[in-house]
Write a protein that binds this ligand. Structure first.
Ligand code: ADP
Ligand code: ASP
Ligand code: MG
Length: 401
């Protein structure tokens, strides 16, 4: 079998762990598999490099940031190849430009579009190929990175382009859980989960899988295994949803703390006003998530509340303050909010899920500031300090403990 094995930052965070990972790879290789390994940077390294760039300037060039960040994975790639060679496994590191892994899009947020597979495919007859995750090169030959957590996306892209038989994501927990097991100790491991549910959970904050990786896997129907580097326990399979048990309405609870909420008070209540507000935000590539417009009491003015990514807050305020077409009496913003979401394909066929969620939060005096729904998820914005209370409560009332 041809396998792609991806190891995350904690899994290769020390030399001892790299040696341990080398043993896992040896076991797979000795069983007769052809192995491509994808590695992340050592845990914390990417954050450290970002900080280093910010100590030069807050406004560090994104092209140079990519050159800097890509080094993290190059270190682990070489160390792991060296550790494999030491235990008599033929192995070689392949840096992004040697393969090459081609990307498109802007610096720090590119996408893998293609890869030359022939050299590595030939090499797989001789040994293990070790590839750095999270990066590639643009058509101009510049080094690029593909967004935080991007090594998952590299692994899925490799699995597709190399037509691998399996794609295994080795990480620091036993698999995908009903909520973050490091924060909610009663969370349970999920044996099998659909792409749709995993995509919602990842996009809503479950960082165990990066959402664009799940999206690609779903598009090309590549089953993913998420499992632990440190235990032999069976992990989670993420796959096509056909034979999944929908007896539970909710599969998981996720949360994120990267949103901010803005309210424009006293906006004129007439056609075209919302378009005037959101058009310049859209032009500036600011993604608006939830929108609520109050019923106007005097038929003349209303309040509009919406949420954006927290790191877009300054840019958004600047636009709202300076754009002549946007008129309001007052602006209120709050970046101490969190988004808490329940996700489950079974929600479609279970009545009363919405009520149950709102009632549970109300019973615990947790105020809901905004709401958004889709067929298989329900998200609310609440005060950041209530996050874990809300997640625990929802986990319990939807019988996930
Ligand atoms: P890696 O470095 O291996 O890519 P990440 O830190 O990106 O690992 O993802 C694993 C972490 O995701 C876990 O340590 C856990 O704290 C967090 N996590 C959040 N939600 C979940 C969930 N629903 N199931 C499992 N882990 C989760
Ligand atoms: N090292 C990168 C990050 O921390 C990519 C990854 O770990 O997947 O975001
Ligand atoms: Mg990750």
């Amino acid at each position: 079998m041809k396998k792609v094995l991806k190891f995350g930052g904690t899994s290769i965070g020390t030399v001892e762990r790299i040696q341990h990972v080398a043993k896992i790879i040896k076991r797979e290789y000795d069983a007769g598999n052809k192995i491509i390994v994808v590695v992340s940077a050592m845990a914390g390294q990417t954050n450290d490099l970002i900080q280093l760039s910010q100590s030069v300037t807050n406004d560090f060039s994104k092209r140079e940031l990519d050159v800097l960040l890509a080094t993290g994975e190059q270190v682990t790639c070489a160390l792991l190849a060296g550790a494999l060679i030491k235990i008599n496994i033929n192995a070689q590191s392949w840096l992004n430009w040697q393969i090459p892994i081609l990307t498109e899009g802007e610096h720090t947020n590119s996408r893998i579009i293609n890869m030359n597979v022939s050299k590595i495919n030939n090499y797989l007859n001789e040994g293990v190929a070790v590839v750095p995750g999270f990066q590639g090169i643009s058509k101009n030959g510049d080094i690029t990175t593909i967004g935080r957590g991007g090594s998952d996306a590299t692994a899925v892209a490799l699995a597709k382009l190399f037509d691998a038989d399996s794609c295994e994501i080795y990480t620091d927990v036993d698999g995908v859980f009903s909520s973050d097991p490091n924060k909610i100790p009663v969370a349970k491991k999920i044996d099998r989960i659909s792409y749709d549910e995993m995509l919602e959970l990842s996009s809503l904050g479950a960082k165990v899988m990066q959402s664009s990786a799940v999206q690609t896997a779903m598009m090309y129907n590549i089953p993913l295994q998420v499992r632990s580097t440190f235990t032999d326990r069976k992990g989670t399979t993420i796959f096509d949803q056909d034979n999944i048990d929908y007896s539970k309405s909710v599969t998981g609870v996720a949360y994120s703390k990267d949103d901010a909420k803005i309210t424009l008070v006293g906006v004129e209540d007439k056609p075209g006003i919302a378009a005037n507000i959101f058009e310049p935000l859209n032009k500036a590539q600011i993604n608006v998530d939830m929108v609520i417009q109050n019923v106007s009491s005097d038929q003349k003015t209303t309040d509009i509340t919406f949420t954006i990514k927290r790191n877009d807050l300054t840019k958004t305020k600047d636009i709202l303050n300076t754009n002549q077409k946007i008129k309001y009496k007052n602006i209120i913003h709050n970046d101490k909010v969190a988004k808490v979401s329940i996700v489950g394909a079974g929600m479609v066929s279970t009545p009363g899920v919405t009520y149950k969620m709102f009632k549970a939060l109300a019973d615990d005096k947790i105020n809901i500031l905004a709401i958004s729904t889709s067929e298989i998820k329900l998200s609310v914005i609440i005060d950041e300090e209530k996050t874990l209370n809300a997640v625990k409560k929802l986990h319990t009332i939807f019988e996930l403990d």
